[in-house]
Design a protein around this ligand. Sequence first.
Ligand SMILES: C[S@@+](CC[C@H](N)C(=O)[O-])C[C@H]1O[C@@H](n2cnc3c(N)ncnc32)[C@H](O)[C@@H]1O
Length: 216
Amino acid sequence: MPDGHDSPDGRCYLDIMNEPNATITRFYRWNAPIYDLTRWVIHRGRPAAVDALELEPGDRVLEIGCGTGLNFARLQSKVGDTGRIVGVDLSTDMLARARRRQSPNVELICEDASSLALDRQFDGVLLTYALTIIPDWQTAIARAFEHLTGDGRLVVLDFGRTNRALAIHRRLFDWYLALNHVHSDRDIGGELRRHTDRVEILRPTTAYATLLRCRK
Ligand SMILES: C[S@@+](CC[C@H](N)C(=O)[O-])C[C@H]1O[C@@H](n2cnc3c(N)ncnc32)[C@H](O)[C@@H]1O
């Protein structure tokens, strides 16, 4: 995948995207250079999300909306050199950053999560702080399940309703999230339960995030 804004298969060209995806792609065009420096303040809990995948050496893992690859090192430490990590993202600018964290067993794919159709299944599928941003998030969840093996684990870490924050904090925080195209009111748990009744809430919604794990 080249640097810049195009991908060889043409799927991530801005001019053929629908408008919601193009808006997100433009947003991450200017956010990619500052993403790692700025988001650590609010994006907490990624290590726990990777641990929740219960990966073993040699496992295959798919990260949807992988961004700049902040989960790659921990995923790599779980699956080892014999495992496989596939990172998917809509933004070539974010993927260009992820490439700096790419080890030989990491594959990067520029694709819309809601039309993902890899001819492979994975022992783990991970989405951290992506489902509240992906425009067609319900379809993205369906695609994620399709890529899961029979005994695989799907783990989601994302913003939930900020129901334990003080009202003033909540309004400010939700305003900040909205500026960043984050829809914290999405009922991700409810949508996951439409696909399986094996959904565990590993960490309930706090002022920031919910961690969920499911099996088919
Ligand atoms: C807040 S970032 C999270 C990145 C990473 N998972 C992390 O924890 O740092 C959201 C990511 O979702 C990606 N994204 C948004 N819509 C997408 C879509 N339709 N398909 C694939 N990725 C998408 C964005 O490009 C961005 O990299």
